[in-house]
Design a protein around this ligand. Sequence first.
Ligand SMILES: Cc1ncc(COP(=O)(O)O)c(C=O)c1O
Length: 373
Amino acid sequence: MNKITVTQPYLPPLEEFLPYLQEIWDSKTLTNGGPMHQRLEKELCERLGVQHISLFANGTLALVTALQALRVTGEVITTPFSFVAGAHSLLWNGIKPVFVDIDPVTLNLDPARIEAAITPQTTAIMPVHCYGNPCAMEAIQRIADNYNLRVIYDAAHAFGVRQRGESILNAGDLSIMSFHATKVFNTFEGGAIVSPDAKTKQRIDHLKNFGFVDEVTVVAAGINGKMSEVNAAFGLLQLQHVDRAIARRREIDTLYRRLLRGVPGITCVEPTGQDEPNCAYFPILVDEHFPMSRDALYAQMREQDVFARRYFYPLISSFSMYRGLPSAASDNLPVATRLSNQVICLPIYPAMTDEDVARVAAVVTAAESCALV
Ligand SMILES: Cc1ncc(COP(=O)(O)O)c(C=O)c1O
């Protein structure tokens, strides 16, 4: 039996990539904002419905740089139910993360709990559009405006997501994206910052290039965050395929929901607030009505060569560099703690066949029927 992993990167036919490589070989420009880089920034702005994009080597450097661009310091309110890169980017900037619990429906930062976590040291909120589901952007902005806080959205999961026709990447002060191999749109490794105006983009572009403004002027202790021409070229090719890739993800999502409907103890997390879900992930929650624990189901899947993942378990707040923080205590994070112990993300990727989907669903339903015997 073939191994089914939680994701498999989308790769267009290799022969379609060769002309792009030929162009790079001809231009001999490998990086530093070359022609592929410029074209990808432009085409992504058009595809995503945003004004300004700065490409990065990965999403983590984009996060680190976004915080620097806005000169964020002190404390930042964020979610524990996400990938560690978010909180790590705070530590890299000498900022203290303050974890706030999540909403049980959206699995995003619960806006009703944010105000209580604000102190005189708070300078920003860093929410995550988890699984591509938009955060409560209006409520978060109201709080940010009242307390004069910056908002940096981690939109690593939210490629192409719109709400009421508008790109969610335009919310807040900045949004960051990841184009990692596991994402809906990948450039092998890659990332971006979406900024609202040309001046902010320019500052970010300086910061991602060591702080260079021109040959002899360095205005900040910037980093090397640049995306190479090969990655940018790959992104240009991926853009031609991404709509089809998302359409296939939607078919898989629909099939899973049909096959898992009515299984006691299994809840398929609903996409909320996306005009057209990008189906970046397929999270299910395993509760006490299921005959075995989440971890037992996870292990059973592995035995049958189905490599699902428990995103996001453990919570970021439980890692050693965070667990000593007062906000990391599990009684401060009851919803995130519960859901982190219930969640499994089932495999979903464009090359997955209907038979693969049926095989994954069958492991779940077999566990259910075994218990009935
Ligand atoms: C929510 C979230 N934020 C940030 C990142 C970091 O992005 P990258 O891997 O491109 O550095 C990821 C995933 O990789 C992620 O899932």
